[in-house]
Ligand binder design. Structure first.
Ligand SMILES: [Fe+2]
Length: 294
């Protein structure tokens, strides 16, 4: 009978045998329900096969990981928080409130990773309103399975508070027209080997240019946005270099428009109770990746 421990042991073995992937090798599309059913029916072969392929550099687009109407929920939440409170920042300590922050060219210097975005941060101890409940259930119907695939328990960390060191955090992100972006980086694998995020806008409708990319073996950007639909999730091993190319750079940047590219990130973070926290690593200045003129 397969359980979280068996998957974790399998990952540990993979990780001890070879180096983690740096570049994306292949991108495959699967219905989320297929993965969900394989996990629910405890199909050890399929789960181990997915882990192996991911560690080998394959990324997966999981179709219909979320309902398409989750998009309305997140934009309503963004509007609600914009009205309710000014942009602010709070460390991940016990009792931390939800907050939102406009990360522009100036603010982004405070972060280890260069990004131009408006982010809204949500913690499970603050789930109170109907909208927040909708966000949580809309994300976790998918995230619990990704956690399992990554060698964790389906419910691991979900109820944690910062003083327990690792906490779940949801982030609604708007990459606005006029150059919303996220530069080359890798994510920490310490708490969750697999990175996942829900796609909440459509290229050609919500924006024309830019969007999510991986680096391939020639270090070229492989933009996959044309293959993404609202409600898809993209999952991959966190050591693969990825980012978001500037969204409709030619347009005027307007932080109040609610236009552009929307995304929900979900991550198990080290809280600020942890000394020497692991955070995302920016590769913009790495010798491997020449900074593109921006
Ligand atoms: Fe990332």
């Amino acid at each position: 009978m397969i359980n979280a421990k068996i998957i974790k042991t399998f990952w540990d073995k993979l990780e001890s045998q070879s180096k983690p992937p740096k570049y994306v090798k292949k991108i495959s599309i699967i219905e989320f329900d297929k993965i969900k059913n394989s996990i629910n029916s405890k199909n050890e072969f399929i789960i181990k096969n997915l882990a192996k392929r991911m560690y080998d550099g394959e990324a997966f687009i999981l179709r219909n990981a979320a309902k398409k109407n989750l998009k309305k929920t997140i934009i309503d939440l963004a509007k609600y928080y914009d009205k309710k409170q000014k942009p602010s920042f709070h460390k991940m300590l016990d009792g931390t409130p939800n907050f939102h922050r406009i990360i522009d060219k100036k603010i982004t210097k405070k972060y280890s990773l260069y990004a131009i975005k408006h982010s809204y941060f949500f913690y499970n101890w603050n789930v109170k309103t109907k909208l927040e409940k909708k966000l949580k259930s809309g994300v976790y119907r998918h995230w619990r399975y990704v956690k399992f695939l990554a060698g964790n328990n389906k419910f691991q960390y979900e109820k944690n508070i910062p003083s327990q060191n690792q906490i779940d955090r949801l982030q609604i992100v708007n990459y606005p027209h006029g150059g919303g972006e996220l530069r080359d980086h890798v994510d920490p694998r310490k708490n969750q080997r697999i990175v996942s995020g829900l796609i909440m806008s459509k290229k050609g409708v919500d924006f024309e240019k830019g969007g999510f990319y991986f680096r391939d073996k020639n270090k070229k950007k492989l933009n996959i946005e044309n293959n993404l639909e609202i409600g898809d999730s993209v999952i991959f091993y966190g050591s693969i270099v990825h980012g978001v190319e500037p969204v409709d750079k030619n347009k005027k940047l307007n932080w109040n428009s609610y236009k552009g590219r929307w995304f929900i990130g979900m991550f198990v973070n080290d809280s600020n109770h942890v000394k020497n926290r692991t955070t995302a690593k920016d590769l913009t200045n790495s010798t491997n990746f020449k900074k593109k003129a921006s």
